[in-house]
Ligand binder design. Sequence first.
Ligand SMILES: Nc1nc2c(c(=O)[nH]1)N[C@@H](CN(C=O)c1ccc(C(=O)N[C@@H](CCC(=O)O)C(=O)O)cc1)CN2
Ligand SMILES: [Mg+2]
Length: 281
Amino acid sequence: MSAALLNGKELAAKKRETMKKEVSKLIEAGIKPGLAVILVGDNQASKTYVRSKQKACEQIGIHSVLTTMPEDTTEEVLLAEIDRLNEDPDIDGILVQLPLPSQISERAVIERIAPEKDVDGFHPVNIGRMMTKDKTFLPCTPFGIVEMLKEADIQMAGKHVVVVGRSNIVGKPVGQLLLNEDATVTYCHSRTDDIANFTKQADILIVAVGRAKMIKASDVKEGAVVVDVGMNREDGKLCGDVDFDEVREVASHITPVPGGVGPMTITMLLENTIQSAKERA
Ligand SMILES: Nc1nc2c(c(=O)[nH]1)N[C@@H](CN(C=O)c1ccc(C(=O)N[C@@H](CCC(=O)O)C(=O)O)cc1)CN2
Ligand SMILES: [Mg+2]
């Protein structure tokens, strides 16, 4: 058996076409969605992601502004910029690209963004609303994963979802979103004894740890759906946390890297920004 591809790139393009039309209608009605992106420091990957976010905004007609700050920026200066953007009526969404330099507390920064402009869905108020299944901005990568599963008609209710990884931006929230869809969720992490014992029981396996090709065919149940959130470089080539060539032979569905979850992350950011503009109009 060779797994069907969960093609995030294609779904992202389709969603962006729909969003482009929606934004054009909003603009006709006098509502221009605006996104502010803050990039601190010289992380090359972050620069690439920020450029992609700006390009995506431009493609669909969202107004975007970029603030760049040097590596040695103090927390105080960054917080002052967030305060300014919180007050700017043309800005519907604010995001600070992560990771941040070590002198700045990510927690303090995330908490400073007004929850109604937190289009990354990282603010504790929005995380709380996600947990109680109230309307909120959902974190973009987990949101994108659920959208991909829905698009492929993959049933979540009653299924055993195993999440490997417990980061605040992917692992923890993706488990919560799947729980909200009535799945049974197990989390595995660096202190889990015998991770393979759990991954082999998964109907839907989501891997977000940042270790190249750690999930092998022998770790996966025949017919499982495998979602790979990893982004690693091996011999200069991008690869996920899942050994794609092996695992595609046992899985029913699998996300590729690149072209799987990544493009959906930016697409759901656009979706959240449009939602914010509509709510704030
Ligand atoms: N403030 C935030 N910081 C970070 C987030 C986030 O959602 N908000 N997520 C990641 C980085 N990220 C977006 O910011 C992101 C990562 C990867 C991709 C993507 O499209 N990847 C491509 C491959 C790109 C490449 O060739 O390097 C793919 O998978 O096809 C988009 C967004 C951490 N920081
Ligand atoms: Mg506006």
